[in-house]
Design a protein around this ligand. Structure first.
Ligand SMILES: [Fe+2]
Ligand SMILES: [Fe+2]
Length: 137
C-alpha cells in the first residue's frame, strides 16, 4: 500500500477495521491513478468494480461484528452502509447524466472516498471503541 493511501482515512485503532479501510484506500488510489494516466475505460471500470466488491465485503464484516458484539447502534450503522451502496447503484444506472462508464466510475469513486472519510471518522471510530471495550478483535 502506498504512503498516501495509508494516510487517506483516519485510523480507528482496531486492526481489522484499519486493515480493511487501508485496502479500500489502495483501490481508491488505483482508480484515480488509472484515470490520471489515461488507462482504458475497461481498466478503470475493472478496478472500480473491485473497489465496490471490497466495500460490500467490508460492510458485511462490520455488520457481522456489530451483531456478534451486541453493538447498540447496529441498526442505524447498517442502514448507513446500505444507503451508500444504494447511492453507488444510482451512479451506475444514470448514463443519461454521464454517458462515459469511466467518468461515472471516477465520480462514484470521489463520492465514495468522501463518504468513507466522514463515515470512518464519525461512525467506525465509535464501533472500534466498542469492540475494544468488549475485547473483540
Ligand atoms: Fe468501515
Ligand atoms: Fe461502517
Amino acid at each position: 500500500m502506498g504512503e498516501l493511501a495509508q494516510m487517506r482515512f483516519v485510523k480507528v485503532g482496531h486492526r481489522l477495521l484499519d486493515t480493511e479501510h487501508g485496502q479500500l484506500a489502495s483501490l481508491v488510489d488505483e482508480v484515480e491513478t488509472a484515470i490520471a494516466t489515461g488507462k482504458d475505460e475497461s481498466v478503470v471500470c475493472n478496478i472500480y468494480d473491485q473497489l465496490i466488491t471490497a466495500t460490500e465485503r467490508h460492510f458485511q464484516q462490520e455488520n457481522v461484528r456489530m451483531y456478534q458484539s451486541g453493538y447498540p447502534d447496529v441498526d442505524r450503522h447498517m442502514a448507513l452502509h446500505a444507503g451508500l451502496l444504494n447511492t453507488l447503484l444510482g451512479f451506475a444506472a444514470a448514463p443519461e447524466r454521464e454517458p462515459s462508464r469511466g467518468r461515472r466510475a471516477f465520480q462514484a469513486t470521489r463520492f465514495l472516498e468522501s463518504w468513507l472519510t466522514r463515515h470512518i471518522e464519525e461512525e467506525d471510530s465509535k464501533l472500534a471503541t466498542h469492540l475494544h471495550r468488549i475485547g473483540m478483535p
